[in-house]
Write a protein that binds this ligand. Structure first.
Ligand code: SF4
Ligand code: SF4
Length: 261
């Protein structure tokens, strides 16, 4: 089965469980991405919790422990698994990319020109602003929070938010949000440096077609393609498996990483 189908099912299931929990009394998953309960266990967005703590809010043990559980889970599983498998903004970013490809352009659309490191600067700014001004800076304007709340609380703002993201990604900055701007994605890239499941490249099977590099939203991580057997060691990979889906030569797969080749 194509990995993209598994990812879509995962995204859809999580968002549906939130809607069922928040509106229809199905008490499996309640709340939203910032703070939730899964079978009664408290979970919280670790990046939001860090901002709130820096801003001087006093948080309960449930929030801190919930953030710790989420951070450990994403740190261990696969790099930026939240981005590739959970966050609905990434779904829209991929939709925009696919629409552009369908209408003939996979070139990066750049009205803005930002380095991929911009997200790390924004992450640092978010933390510094939170500490100085006493509010959770990124959490207050987060495209992820706005979109997720509009979905799981069935708000009318959903259509406007989706339209803004699609217009930005199609006409202003292709793959701008997830690959350049989002500090939450940067946060997950940092904490998943030692995550276990990685893309592995089989050099012997590779026919150097480079299809993987075309579809990869973070193709700087595919430096080993057509050069050597290796794992994707850069944790900016979002573990989306798009490279595996397009590879006809069985040269790419998910595997447990070996730290030394
Ligand atoms: S980079 Fe940000 S918006 Fe994109 S998928 Fe990750 S968390 Fe969501
Ligand atoms: S290397 Fe593969 S799994 Fe990682 S971001 Fe690129 S396409 Fe997705």
């Amino acid at each position: 089965m194509k990995i993209v189908i598994l990812r879509r099912l995962t995204q859809l299931t999580i968002l549906s469980l939130f809607v069922l929990g928040n509106f229809y009394g199905v008490k499996i998953l309640l709340g939203d991405f910032s703070a939730s309960t899964l079978f009664g266990v408290h979970l919280a967005d670790p990046f939001a919790v860090i901002q709130l703590l820096l801003a001087g809010f006093s948080l309960g043990a449930n929030a801190i422990f919930g953030a710790f559980i989420v951070a450990i889970f994403y740190a261990l599983i696969a790099p930026r698994a939240f981005c590739g498998w959970v966050c609905p903004v990434n779904f829209l970013s991929e939709l925009a990319f696919n629409l552009r490809a369908k209408f003939g352009s996979t070139n990066q659309k750049r009205v803005l020109n930002l380095s991929k490191n911009a997200r790390y600067y924004l992450l640092a700014f978010s933390l510094i602003f939170s500490a100085i001004f006493g509010f959770a800076a990124f959490e207050s304007v987060s495209q992820v929070g706005l979109l997720v709340r509009s979905i799981v609380f069935l708000q009318g703002s959903f259509f406007g938010i989706v339209l803004c993201i699609l217009v930005f990604e199609i006409f202003i900055f292709s793959r701008g949000i997830c690959s350049h701007i989002c500090p939450l994605g940067a946060f997950y890239a940092i904490i998943s440096k030692f995550s276990l499941i990685r893309i592995s490249h089989n050099f012997q099977n590779c026919t150097k077609c480079n299809k993987c590099k075309v579809v990869c939203p973070e193709n700087q991580v595919l430096d080993m393609i057509a050069k050597r057997n290796d794992f994707v060691r850069n944790s900016e990979c979002i573990s989306c498996g798009r490279c595996i889906d397009v590879c006809d030569d069985d040269a790419l797969n998910f595997n447990i990483i070996r730290r030394k080749q």
